[in-house]
Each structure stands twice: as C-alpha cells, then as structure tokens.
Write a protein that binds this ligand. Structure first.
Ligand SMILES: Cc1cc2nc3c(=O)[nH]c(=O)nc-3n(C[C@H](O)[C@H](O)[C@H](O)COP(=O)(O)O)c2cc1C
Length: 127
C-alpha cells in the first residue's frame, strides 16, 4: 500500500468563534477514527479557513478526503498537495490541532526536511 500525503484549505461556513468550536470538536472525534485507518494529521483554523495535512495509505487518504469534502461545515475545498510520501512527518498524531503559527512552522520544517533529503540524494548521485 502506497504511503500518501494530501493537504488542503477550505472555507469555514460558521463565523470564527463557532468555527473554532467546530474545529476542536472535529479533532476530538477524528483522533480514534484516523488512528484506526492509519491516518496521521495536523489541522488548523485561520482567518475563516480550515487547513489540514493528512498522511497514510493512499486509499484511506482518498476515502477520508471524500468524507471531508461532503461535510457542510465548510466549502470550496482546494487541494494544495497530493502525492506519494517516503516517510511520515506526523507519525504519532492522528489528528493534532495546531494554532496557525505552529501549523506554518510544521510546514516549514517539512519543506526543510524535504530539501535536506533532496540535497542528500543529489550528493549521493554526484559523488
Ligand atoms: C475541515 C474538516 C476536517 C475534518 N477532518 C476529519 C478527519 O481528519 N477525520 C475524520 O474522521 N473526520 C474529519 N472531519 C469530519 C468528517 O467530515 C465527518 O463529519 C466525519 O468523519 C463523520 O463522517 P460520517 O458522518 O460519514 O461517519 C472533518 C471535517 C471538517 C469540516
């Protein structure tokens, strides 16, 4: 089974306070569910947008995305990243709610780690 990563942003329907309450509720309910299907994930809410990164077996990621897309608490879901993954970045977090700054820091760390992987691979090829 291929390991897959998918990230998206979407527009929350409810105003901020209500959307924040929904985000916490979604996290609480998703922890066990995601763990059972092998999904690790980070999630945030910022300026009326939900953002989530999920990783796991490709079929589980696709099935979860379909379920999430149908959720009336948000709309205009836009997929940002959708591709195979060599190793999980969020192993151990089935559904971690981050504040927006921590979420961005996680993404930057992810990009830095990927860059380091690429540089290492290039060095191995060239030397
Ligand atoms: C922004 C957003 C993110 C969500 N993320 C997850 C998730 O990671 N895992 C999950 O099981 N449900 C997630 N949900 C909830 C699902 O959309 C759905 O309500 C839940 O899985 C129950 O599905 P069911 O009623 O078909 O059983 C999310 C909902 C929203 C609005």
């Amino acid at each position: 089974m291929r390991l897959w990563k998918l990230s998206y942003i979407s527009l929350a329907v409810a105003p901020h306070e209500e959307a924040l309450r929904q985000a916490h509720e979604i996290c609480l309910r998703s922890e066990d569910r995601n763990a059972r299907i092998g999904i690790s994930s980070v999630f945030t809410l910022h300026k009326g947008r939900f953002a989530q990164v999920m990783e796991g077996p490709e079929t589980a990621v696709r099935a979860l995305l379909a379920r999430i897309k149908a959720d009336p608490r948000h709309h205009s879901l836009t997929v940002l990243a959708d591709g195979p993954l060599v190793a999980r970045r969020y192993a151990g977090s089935s559904m971690k709610f981050c504040d927006p700054k921590a979420f961005v820091t996680e993404q930057l760390n992810d990009i830095l780690a990927q860059t380091a992987d690429i540089v290492r691979a290039m060095k191995t090829t060239w030397h």
